[in-house]
Design a protein around this ligand. Structure first.
Ligand SMILES: Nc1nc2c(ncn2[C@@H]2O[C@H](COP(=O)(O)OP(=O)(O)OP(=O)(O)O)[C@@H](O)[C@H]2O)c(=O)[nH]1
Ligand SMILES: [Mg+2]
Length: 403
């Protein structure tokens, strides 16, 4: 059951023996890290190239912000969450216990989705109970409404329901039970994409992007524990002092070295220094945190573009992965963010976060169908064990399965 971390990372076949945690700490899940390190052979899964990365053309990079500018509020963003976020104290307290809890992560996913599932599945159950034949147009309209209200969105719902209707007709399905299984199958097909992370280069550079509060920094911290080899972190979010400290805390906790400069420093300069250090120090994976908010969306995208260009100049082909965190509780807003970042930042994978919260979960289908980027991981809590490789079938079952 479930996809493990073992085959998740595509590693270079040259230096598997060098892999292993950089610094062993009690918190670090060394067993998992070593398992991952052992999976040197790439599977047939291919990581897609960064789509849209070339579309935005040259953008003037923003100057380094002055302190006054740093305090200035975001002005033009409807896609950005309103509140500032800080590292939760719960994360501090729960680090050690977290890995042990990870076995129950599907349960956490189900529990998280239940809040919406109770109404969503309740409605779906009621509709399914009345299902008799696939020619009943009213039935399909009802299913459409239910899906749209659970964040699947209009166009993805239309596609899913059209496929379902066609197959139900062809196979002459007459029971709700069979139809539900068909729904799970179709959702699985829609969600099932290559999720493997390409860490075959040394150093492999992973850039974490996403709007503020979606879980970039926290999930960098969690990811360190599963990454094979020597890991380094870079505090590329120089917008807030707390963001730098937050990453440093994760560094202390996981034993990963952190490259940081002072608040207000040029983010691209931090990335530059980190790549140099990673090259020099035999780092296997460099994870770079970025800001989730600047004064404007244009500033943010220009900064990300500058960071990417600086990294690529130093290490052609890098960053090898650009991971976007999307807070699943923000519904269709998350879909807009995914489209925006895909175009501007060349995202190669999405981490869908806060699925333990009030998320309706349907956003995963919308992203899978409408954004050409795979969901690679899901996060179902603030603890280290709450980050998991995305598994399409499991997710579809958690979403559409019977209560
Ligand atoms: N419940 C829950 N909380 C999460 C999850 N992922 C992250 N968080 C919490 O969400 C808050 C924001 O996470 P951060 O990692 O700071 O988000 P960020 O994207 O780095 O935010 P900025 O630095 O402001 O751009 C923190 O309190 C995290 O602990 C999750 O899967 N579930
Ligand atoms: Mg952050």
């Amino acid at each position: 059951m479930g996809r493990s971390w073992r085959n998740f990372f595509r590693r270079s076949e040259k230096e598997p023996e060098e892999s292993g945690p950089a610094t062993s700490t009690p918190e670090r899940d060394t067993e998992t890290a070593e398992e991952g390190a052992g999976s040197a052979v790439a599977t047939s899964l291919q990581t897609p190239s960064a789509p849209g990365a070339e579309d935005i053309g040259e953008v003037d990079a923003p100057e380094t912000a002055t302190p006054e500018e740093i305090e200035a509020p975001v002005v033009d963003e409807d896609i950005l969450p309103a509140e500032e976020t800080v590292l939760s104290e719960e994360v501090e307290a729960a680090t050690v216990a977290a890995a042990e809890e990870s076995a129950g992560w599907v349960g956490r996913l189900r529990k998280g989705l239940r809040r919406s599932r109770e109404s969503f599945v309740g409605q779906l159950n009621a509709a399914m109970a009345e299902f008799k034949d696939a020619e009943d147009e009213e039935f399909w309209e009802r299913v459409e409404e239910i899906l749209i209200t659970s964040d699947v969105g209009v166009s993805t719902t239309a596609k899913l329901v059209a496929e379902l209707e066609q197959e139900a007709l062809e196979r002459n399905i007459t029971s709700g039970k069979e139809l539900r299984e068909l729904m799970i199958e179709h959702a699985t097909r829609m969600l099932d994409k290559p999720i493997e992370m390409d860490l075959s280069k040394k150093p492999a550079v992973v850039l974490m992007v996403g709007v503020n509060g979606t879980g970039k920094t926290t999930n960098i911290g969690k990811l360190v524990n599963f990454l094979p080899g020597k890991v380094m972190l870079a505090a590329g979010d120089t917008f807030r002092a707390a963001a730098i400290e937050q990453l440093q805390t994760w560094g202390e906790r996981t034993g990963a070295r952190v490259i940081a400069r002072e608040r207000g420093a040029d983010s691209a300069a931090v990335a530059h220094e980190a790549v140099e250090e990673a090259k020099r120090g035999g780092t296997d994976v460099l994870l770079i945190d970025t800001a989730g908010r600047l004064h404007t969306k244009a500033n943010l995208m220009a900064e990300l573009d500058k960071v990417r260009r600086v990294i690529d100049r130093q290490l052609p082909g890098a960053p090898h992965e650009v991971l976007l965190t999307v807070d699943a509780t923000t519904g269709q807003n998350g879909l807009r963010q995914a489209k925006l970042f895909q175009e501007a930042a060349g995202v190669t994978g999405i981490i869908l976060t806060k699925l333990d919260g009030t998320a309706k979960g349907g956003i995963a289908l919308a992203i899978a169908n409408e954004v050409g980027v795979p969901i690679k991981m899901i996060s179902v809590g603030e603890q280290i064990g709450d980050l998991h490789p995305f598994e399409a079938r499991e997710f579809a079952e958690a979403l559409f399965g019977d209560l």
